[in-house]
Every structure is written in structure tokens, then in C-alpha cells.
Write a protein that binds this ligand. Structure first.
Ligand code: ADP
Ligand code: MG
Length: 914
């Protein structure tokens, strides 16, 4: 191999084109994070920290520069290529850890290109989504426009990457579905709106895939803002994942039907999904009257709520191959040109943008008009270029790669699109005003009613008293009249008597009349007077009583009025208290929001530290070995690790280890998953390990491996066990609790590379314990380790190799301490062919461990014969000469010198290895 030339990617960074470095940071690899707001992948700084300039039109733009990000994805060989290209190597070689791709020029020469992400044939759909689309989706949720686009030759996996529905296997879902899942999970159903349109562009005509009769949609451009829209396209509101799935299925069916009608294939048309997201921005400024109709101080409500409108465009482009190449399509040359018009116009625009040329021919095609915001515009754009491995399509692959390289040079100015929602503010204020008015009226009515009731009562009492008084007076008068009448009668009778007596005096002197004669005439007798006086007195008393009653009623009336006033002031006071309560509530809500964001932060940090654990696991080799991660990156990761420590300690204090461990048995699967993640994070800290084991955590983790069927749980639990398995006491505990057979069982059942990596890492740790060698083998640990090489993921292989190196080292230690040992168990169990085959593996962690394993095996005389027969001697010789690590080179030389079997064989072959 000679003459490797490095292209573009390097020059892009040298030229300072990469201005927005923290967008899709390289450390986000294998990010298992399920929380949307991951720190590493966060595409934008928090909106508040952006430069913000109000345009005065109610719109508010924040601007930031962002280069178009480009990932390359390699499709695995398909069955046809397996047969047809069996004798040829792939035309590309990926170096994902360096983000480089080598394209074979000929047998001895290749070109190297750098991309933002290099996705191998093993990359899962989830990972592809996370590195290609997730940062864009997060941006869209934050109010920026976003584009995700796939470009590549037909059959290389564009539709697989973007549009797969994964009906049979959810893990196969493509970017469209995953993006919508993330969007729906984040938006609020009450305040936000998500709607989609879906159409295809074929021969410069736009057809609605949600309504086939709508087969010539026009593009409308806003002359002021330059925004493009398709008012004619069907727009469907999406509320849940199921209905979106149905929409995509419908679109797919219509696309098939439309293309049959047009006598073409889907590879000739561009399919475009547009997701419109409208969100109201929550914040203390926009908190208004609450649902119960209680009042919030009006001053608070005067700031209008902000809405953000953004658009996610997902484009499955037509095949990039030159259509005139295959004449069998039945298209005339004119048709061919037209079919490719949009795609070649896109190429021209990207060239112009990449070269910073003054004129960008955006108006040349409908595709470029539709995507004007995506390239050189205000959107955050991520492009995935898809390629196949076949050397027969080298030319197409090369031109796809060049397209990607040019796209990497395109700079966008990403803008936040938000506006004040005056309409909804005024609507809300009106509603609030109505509520206030109604409340005022209600209170006024209640008050009037009460006053009326009191005054009626008062009037009734006064009337009663008056009536009583009148009755008494009447009775008095009547009595008085009667007495008077009686007196008059009496006086007239007396007068009569008096006249008669005068006559009688003249005739005879009658002694009987002498008595009456002594009293004065006309005067009532004294008893009657006394009675009258009494009556008068009692009348006077009655009257006085009535008067005091009236007085007291009046007083009472005044008292009631006072009480009424007091009550009113009470109401005012209560209302004030209510307002205070509301203030308090708003504050609490704010606090909850803050706590939630802290929780997010903690769970992010938890994920982060699990990633660190992953990395530590890959670097867990004996101290003399290289870590998987190059040194400078390692340095960068120290800092967040300290942050983790703090947050983990916080969790510890707040929740308590026992509580966390008890959650491992929760009935709720989500809770279990969270709990096991937390435990795994705790277990990553050496200082926690003893506490976890003492509290029964190890037992619970093993229990999870035994009883759970969930892949995530298996992966995380195995990771935690791998960490705990770093010290000897724990290793023995794992063994005694049946951990080996559980790990082995997990190794056989799982196909997930990450799970296998964790399991292999755990077993590799156990392999390093001298005391456990026999048991490890007896319980199937070695066989499980060897079995995992079926997964060809380099990280898994590195752990397997580490396990073998550890195991071989223990064996050789045992033999040197004089313990009588037989042939190596590794050789007995058939590991040697794999070891020999991978002794020169290009992944350095695998190679290093295997080199060590070979040296350790070779140090034991009884293994020499098998090693010579299996070709391992040649590898040892090679290591002793070529290994770039001096310590390993010296170890191999010593091994060759000290083992007489090797000496004899080398002498026989007259090989000088010194
Ligand atoms: P395109 O849309 O670029 O024409 P497709 O997405 O239709 O290509 O893929 C072509 C074929 O290759 C399909 O059968 C698809 O299932 C398969 N394929 C594509 N990418 C992958 C991949 N990464 N892994 C496995 N199969 C793939
Ligand atoms: Mg396709």
C-alpha cells in the first residue's frame, strides 16, 4: 500500500469551515440515551443564550451558523453480491473510529475521505437515526427548520434508512418514524400542533401522496421572506404514532399506484415528507389565568405568549445513478434529462455553494426551490449518503462520495423562527375579562339580595311593633270610653236620686238617704280612679317598651350593616390571599420545571456515565495495553466523569441505595429499566461498589439477568455486573451465585452487540481470577466467551480477546508456580484457530490482546505442540519481530527462547528469530 491521499474532510476543518463544532459531537457514538435532550447531541446552545434580535414585526430570529453535516452509510453485501463478488474485496474500507472512508482506486492505491460520521454495515437503524437525524429533530423542536436527506445510487439503502416502517421488527424503523416518535413525545397535545404533508416530485411535477387526485401541486414563495410553501398539498394533523404510520402506509401505496400509472419506478422520483411543528413556548412570562377561573394579577398576563413554527423536511431522493447509463428504461433522452433535472440542479447548487460562488441556480428546478432553505438557507441540514460495497459500482460510489464531500462545505445560517402570539393573548385576556365581569356581577347580586333581605326583616319587625302599639292604644281608648260611659251613667243616676231626695225632704225625713247625701255629686269613686290610673300607667309602659324595641331594632339594623361591611372586607382579604396563593403556585411550578430539568440532566449524566463505563470497559485491558480511545479524547472525557460523580452522589443521598435497589423489582418495566441504569451508573464508581454488593445489589442484578426478557435490562445489568466484577471478592460472589451460567445464557440468547460486549467484558474480568479458572470452565464461561465471536462487532471481539489473554495469563502463572497443569483449556476448547486467525486483526485492541494471549500460551511447554501444529508459532515469530509495542515484542522473544518445543522446531527449520 502506498500513496494514500487525504481528501476534503481534512481541508474542510483546516479551512475553518466547521464553525459549529458541538453539533453531533463525535463522542455521541453508541449513545444509548433515550432522553431527547442529551447534552452531547444537543444541536444548539439553549435558545436564550443565542444572539436575539427582534425585527419589530413580532417575529424573533436567532441566528447561528451551521455547516451541512454529512454521514456516509455502507449497505452490507446483498445475496447477489455475495455470489457475484465473492472473489473481490469491497471497493470501500471504513474506518469509523477515524470517521474516514477509503475508496479503492486499484489494487495498490486508494483515496481517503473524511466525513462527519461513518456508518458501517453493522450500524443499527437506531444509531443511524441518532447520529444523522436526532440533532436535526431536536433543533426542529427548538424552533429551527431542519432537513434530513438521503442521496445515493438506487439500491444502496436510502429508503431503508429513511422510510422503513419496521412492521415486522420495530428495531428496523427508519428515520421518518423515529423522528415523529421523538416529536410526538416532546410536544404538548393541548398547546402544540404537528401536521404533515407527503408528496413526490417526478419530472418536475409534484403529486400529493396523501390525495392522489391532487397531482400537480404548485410551489408558492413568499417574496419577502423567501419561505416556500405548498398550499395545495394535503396537510394532516398527527396526534399519535399509529395514525402517522397509517399515513406513511397510505403514501407508500399511492406512490406505488402513481408510479405504475406513470410507468416508472419509485427510484426515479423524490419522495418528500414535510412535518410542520407549531409550539407555544412555555415560560413564566406566558402563564395566564388558570383553569378554575381564578384571577391572576393582570400585569402578569400582559406579555404575549411566543409561538415557534418550524418544519422538518425528510427527502428520499431519486437514485443518483446516471439514467442514460442504462438504456433499458424505455425513456427517451429528453425524458431522461427531465427526470434528472432536479437532481442535477441540486448538484449544481451544491457546487456553487461549496465554492461560495455569487450565483446559486436555485430556480432551475422544483427540487432546488423546495430545498432552498435546506442548502445555504436557514435550516439545520443533515445528509446521509448511501453506498454499496460492490466493486462493480465503483464509479457511482465515487461520484456519490464526491457529492457528499461537496455538501460538507455548504454553510447555512440557522435561524430561530418564533413570533409573539398576540391573537391568542388577546383571546385569553378576553376570556379572563369575561370571567372577572361575571364574578363581579355575581357578588354584586348576592350583596343586593342580602341587603334586601335585612331591610325586609327590619320593616316587618317595625310593622309588627306598630301594630302591637296600635292594638294596645285602641284597647286603651276603648276601655277609657267604656269607663267614661259608665261614669256618665252613674252620674246621671245620681242626679236623678238627688232630685227625688229634695222632694222627699219636703215631705218626710228619711234616715236612709242621709248617707248618700254626704258624698259630693258627679265625682267617680276612688277605686275607679285608681283603676284608670293603673291602666294609664300600663299604657305608658307598653308604649315605652314599644319604643325601646324599635330602638333596639334600629340598633340591630346598624349592627347588621356593620357586619356586612366587615364581611365585605373579609372577602377582599380572602381574594388577596388567593392571589398570593397563586403567586406561590406559579413559583412552585417554576421550581418543578427546574427540578424536572435537573432530573433530565441527571438522567443524561447517568447515560453519559454509562457511556464512560462502556469506554472504560473497552479499555479495561491489563495495564500495559492501549485503550481503545486515543489519548486526547480520553482527556476530554475526564471532566464529565467528575460531574457524574457529583450527580450520582446526589442521587445516592436523595433516594437511598436500598430504595433504588428495591425499584429493580418494580412491576413497572420503565421503572425497572431506569433503576437498573441508575445502579449501573453507581456501580461504575469504585467507591460505591462495596455498598452495592453489601446491599444485595449484585444478587438483584443477577436476578434480573435470570428473570427479565428485556434486552435493555440485560445490557445494562450485564454492564453493571461487568463493573462489579473488577475486584476479586465480587468475582467470587458472582461465581457462587451462579453468575457464570447466567452470563453464558445471556451470551447465547442475545444478538445485540452492546449486550454481548458487556457480557464478554464481565466474563473477561472473571477470566483474570486465578482461583476461579476451573469453575469458570465447568460452568460454561469459556464456551460462552468463544461463542460470542459469532457477532463480528469489533468491540465484542476485543472483549473476547481480552478474556482469552486474561485466562491464558492465569494458566501460565499457575504453571510457573509449580502447580501441575495440563494443556491449556483454551486449546482444549478449540480457541486456537480463532486466535491464530485474528492475531493480525486490524483493530488494534483485538490484536493486542491476542498477541498477549499467544505469548502466555506459549510460555507453557505443554502447549507448544498444538501451537506449532495450529500455526501459532509463526504468529509468535511475527510478533517478536514486527509488533509495534516493544514490551510485547520482548515478551514474544522471551517466550520463544524459553520454550524448548519452539526452540527445537525453529532449529529444525533453521530459523533465526533473534
Ligand atoms: P434505495 O432506496 O437506495 O434504492 P433501498 O432502501 O430500497 O435502496 O434498499 C435496497 C435493498 O437493500 C433493500 O432490499 C433493502 O432492504 C436492502 N438494504 C438497504 N440498506 C440496508 C442495510 N443497511 N442493511 C440491510 N439491508 C439493506
Ligand atoms: Mg428507494
Amino acid at each position: 500500500m502506498s500513496a494514500h491521499s487525504y481528501k476534503n474532510g481534512g481541508s474542510a476543518s483546516r479551512g475553518g469551515a466547521i464553525k459549529f463544532e458541538n453539533y453531533s459531537n463525535s463522542n455521541s457514538k453508541y449513545s444509548p440515551s433515550s432522553s431527547l435532550k442529551s447534552k452531547v447531541q444537543q444541536p444548539m446552545p439553549a435558545a436564550s443564550s443565542l444572539r436575539r434580535g427582534s425585527t419589530g414585526s413580532g417575529r424573533d430570529y436567532s441566528t447561528i451558523s451551521g455547516r451541512v453535516r454529512v454521514a456516509v452509510r455502507l449497505r452490507p453485501r446483498n445475496s447477489e453480491e455475495m455470489v457475484a463478488d465473492a472473489d473481490f474485496a469491497d471497493c470501500v474500507e471504513l474506518q469509523p473510529e477515524l470517521k474516514r472512508l477509503k475508496l479503492q482506486k486499484n489494487n495498490w492505491d486508494s483515496d481517503t475521505y473524511e466525513f462527519d460520521e461513518v456508518l458501517t454495515e453493522y450500524a443499527s437503524q437506531k444509531r443511524v437515526y441518532e447520529v444523522v437525524a436526532k440533532p436535526v429533530v431536536e433543533s426542529v423542536l427548538d424552533g429551527y427548520n431542519g432537513t434530513v436527506m438521503a442521496y445515493g445510487q438506487t439500491g444502496t439503502g436510502k429508503t431503508y434508512t429513511l422510510g422503513r416502517l419496521g412492521e415486522e421488527d420495530a428495531a428496523a424503523r427508519g428515520i421518518m418514524l423515529r423522528a415523529m416518535e421523538d416529536i410526538l413525545a416532546e410536544v404538548s397535545p393541548e398547546n402544540d400542533l404537528v401536521s404533515v404533508s407527503y408528496f413526490q416530485l417526478y419530472m418536475e411535477t409534484i403529486q400529493d401522496l396523501l390525495n392522489p387526485s391532487n397531482d400537480n401541486i404548485t410551489i408558492v414563495e413568499d417574496p419577502k421572506t423567501g419561505d416556500v410553501s405548498l398550499p395545495g398539498a394535503t396537510l394532516v394533523e398527527v396526534r399519535d404514532h399509529k395514525s402517522f404510520m397509517q399515513l406513511l402506509q397510505l403514501g407508500e401505496a399511492h406512490r406505488f399506484a402513481a408510479n405504475t400509472k406513470l410507468n416508472t419506478e419509485s427510484s426515479r422520483s423524490h419522495a418528500i415528507l414535510m412535518v410542520h411543528v407549531k409550539r407555544s413556548v412555555k415560560g413564566k412570562d406566558s402563564s395566564l389565568s388558570n383553569e378554575n377561573g381564578n384571577m391572576t394579577p393582570v400585569s402578569k398576563t400582559l406579555k404575549p405568549p411566543i409561538i415557534r413554527r418550524s418544519k422538518l423536511v425528510i427527502v428520499d431522493l431519486a437514485g443518483s445513478e446516471r439514467i442514460d447509463k442504462s438504456g433499458s428504461e424505455g425513456h427517451t433522452l429528453e425524458e431522461a434529462k427531465s427526470i434528472n433535472l432536479s437532481l442535477s440542479a441540486l448538484g449544481k447548487c451544491i457546487n456553487a455553494l461549496a465554492e461560495n460562488s455569487a450565483h446559486v441556480p436555485v430556480r432551475d428546478s422544483k427540487l432546488t426551490r423546495l430545498l432552498r432553505d435546506s442548502f445555504g438557507g436557514t435550516a439545520r441540514t443533515s445528509l446521509v449518503i448511501t453506498i454499496g460495497p460492490s466493486p462493480r459500482h465503483r464509479g457511482e460510489t465515487s461520484s456519490t462520495i464526491m457529492f457528499g464531500q461537496r455538501a460538507m462545505k455548504v454553510e447555512n445560517m440557522v435561524k430561530l423562527k418564533e413570533e409573539f402570539d398576540y391573537k391568542s393573548l388577546s383571546r385569553r385576556l378576553e376570556i379572563q375579562l369575561d370571567k372577572l365581569a361575571a364574578e363581579y356581577e355575581r357578588q354584586q347580586r348576592a350583596f343586593d339580595d342580602k341587603i334586601e333581605r335585612i331591610s325586609l326583616e327590619g320593616q316587618k319587625r317595625v310593622a309588627e311593633v306598630e301594630q302591637n302599639y296600635a292594638d294596645a292604644l285602641e284597647k286603651c281608648q276603648k276601655d277609657f270610653m267604656e269607663s267614661k260611659k259608665r261614669l256618665e251613667e252613674q252620674s246621671s243616676v245620681k242626679k236623678e236620686n238627688h232630685g227625688q231626695r229634695k222632694v222627699n225632704v219636703g215631705v218626710s225625713d228619711n234616715g236612709t238617704d242621709q248617707k248618700s247625701n254626704s258624698q259630693p255629686p258627679m265625682l267617680p269613686n276612688s277605686s275607679e280612679v285608681a283603676e284608670l290610673k293603673k291602666k294609664l300607667n300600663s299604657e305608658i309602659l307598653l308604649r315605652k317598651a314599644a319604643e325601646t324595641e324599635v330602638d333596639s331594632l334600629n340598633k340591630q339594623l346598624i349592627q347588621w350593616k356593620n357586619a356586612e361591611a366587615a364581611r365585605n372586607s373579609e372577602i377582599v382579604k380572602l381574594r388577596k390571599m388567593l392571589e398570593d396563593e397563586e403567586c406561590e403556585k406559579a413559583k412552585l411550578e417554576e421550581e418543578i420545571e427546574m427540578l424536572q430539568s435537573q432530573l433530565l440532566q441527571i438522567s443524561f449524566e447517568a447515560d453519559q456515565s454509562r457511556r464512560n463505563l462502556d469506554k472504560r470497559l473497552s479499555g479495561q485491558a491489563p495495564s500495559s495495553l492501549d485503550s481503545l480511545i486515543p489519548q486526547p479524547k480520553h482527556q476530554q472525557q475526564r471532566e464529565p466523569a467528575d460531574g457524574d460523580k457529583a450527580s450520582v452522589v446526589k442521587l445516592f443521598e436523595q433516594v437511598g441505595l436500598h430504595k433504588i435497589l428495591s425499584l429493580l423489582q418494580s412491576d413497572d418495566a420503565d421503572v425497572r429499566i431506569h433503576a437498573v441504569k441508575v445502579v449501573a451508573n453507581l456501580a461504575a464508581e469504585e467507591s460505591n461498589q462495596q455498598k452495592i454488593v453489601q446491599a444485595g445489589g449484585l444478587t438483584s442484578l443477577l436476578e434480573l439477568l435470570r428473570n427479565s426478557n428485556d434486552e435493555t435490562i440485560h445490557r445494562v445489568a450485564a454492564g453493571a455486573i461487568a463493573n462489579l466484577a473488577m475486584n476479586e471478592t465480587n468475582q467470587e460472589l458472582i461465581m457462587s451465585q451462579g453468575g457464570i451460567s447466567l452470563l453464558s445464557l445471556t451470551a447465547t440468547k442475545s444478538e445485540d452487540p452492546q449486550t454481548l460486549r458487556m457480557v464478554a467484558g464481565a466474563i473477561a474480568n472473571l477470566c483474570g481470577n486465578d482461583k476461579l479458572q476451573i469453575k469458570l470452565r465447568a460452568e460454561g464461561g469459556i464456551r460462552a466467551l468463544l461463542g460470542m465471536v459469532r457477532c463480528r462487532h469489533p468491540d465484542v471481539l476485543a472483549q473476547v480477546a481480552r478474556g482469552m489473554a486474561n485466562f491464558a495469563k492465569c494458566e501460565s502463572r499457575a504453571s510457573t508456580t509449580g502447580i501441575k497443569t495440563g494443556r491449556s483449556v483454551l486449546i482444549e476448547d478449540g480457541a486456537l484457530p480463532w486466535i491464530v486467525k485474528n492475531a493480525n486483526n486490524e483493530a488494534s485492541p483485538i490484536r493486542r490482546h491476542i498477541e498477549l494471549a499467544l505469548c502466555h500460551l506459549g510460555q507453557h511447554e505443554v502447549n507448544a505442540r498444538d501451537m506449532i501444529n495450529g500455526g501459532a508459532l509463526w504468529e509468535l515469530v511475527r510478533i517478536s519481530r514486527d509488533c509495534s509495542r516493544e514490551d510485547i515484542r520482548v515478551l514474544a522473544q522471551r517466550t520463544l527462547q524459553s520454550t524448548s518445543g519452539f526452540q527445537a522446531e525453529l532449529k529444525r527449520l533453521r530459523i533465526d528469530y533473534g
